[in-house]
Write a protein that binds this ligand. Structure first.
Ligand SMILES: Nc1nc2c([nH]c(=O)n2[C@H]2C[C@H](O)[C@@H](COP(=O)(O)OP(=O)(O)OP(=O)(O)O)O2)c(=O)[nH]1
Length: 136
C-alpha cells in the first residue's frame, strides 16, 4: 500500500486546479488533483507543499481535510488522501503533467479522472450543486 496525497486547490475565482498525467507516468492521460507520494515521516500538508513546488513550481496552503479513498490499480494499492488547499502564488510550470485547467467544480465530471479520484470528483460536484441551491 502506498500513501498518496492530493490537493484540491482553489484560486481566487473559486476554480479548482486539475492536471493530466503525462506519457510515461502511471495513469498516463488521466486527470488528477496534483500531489504525490508521502515521504518517510512527512505529514500530508508538508507533502502537498513540497509536491506542488516540485511538480508545478507553485505555492499552496492546505487548509482542510477533504476525504480519503483506497483503490487498487492491479497489484498497486494506494490510499489517496485529499485536502483542500488555497493557491498562494507562482506561475505553473508542468513537469509530470502535459495539461492543466482551472475548472469549475460543477464541470469536473467532463474529464476522465484516475479511478481513485472519482469519489472526490463526485463529492465536489455535489458540493457545488448544494452551493447553488443555497445561494438563491
Ligand atoms: N498525485 C496524485 N496521484 C494520484 C491521484 N490519483 C491517483 O490514482 N494517483 C496515483 C497515481 C500514482 O500511481 C500515484 C502517485 O504517484 P505520483 O507519480 O504522482 O507520485 P510521486 O510524484 O511522488 O512519484 P514519482 O513519480 O516521483 O515516483 O497515485 C491524484 O489525484 N494525485
Amino acid at each position: 500500500m502506498i500513501h498518496v496525497a492530493a490537493a484540491v486547490i482553489y484560486n481566487a475565482e473559486g476554480r479548482i486546479l486539475i492536471a493530466r498525467r503525462r506519457e510515461g507516468k502511471a495513469q498516463a492521460g488521466m486527470w488528477e488533483f496534483p500531489g504525490g507520494k508521502l515521504e518517510e515521516g512527512e505529514n500530508i500538508c508538508d507533502c502537498l507543499r513540497r509536491e506542488l513546488v516540485e511538480e508545478m513550481d507553485i505555492e499552496v496552503e492546505p487548509y482542510a481535510f477533504f476525504g480519503e479513498n483506497e483503490h487498487a490499480y492491479g497489484a498497486l494499492h494506494i490510499r489517496l488522501t485529499a485536502w483542500k488547499a488555497r493557491y498562494v502564488g507562482g506561475v505553473i510550470r508542468l513537469t509530470d503533467h502535459d495539461d492543466f485547467r482551472w475548472e469549475e467544480a460543477g464541470r469536473l465530471e467532463a474529464y476522465p479522472f484516475a479511478a481513485a479520484d472519482v469519489p472526490f470528483v463526485r463529492k465536489l460536484v455535489l458540493e457545488s450543486r448544494a452551493g447553488e441551491e443555497s445561494s438563491c
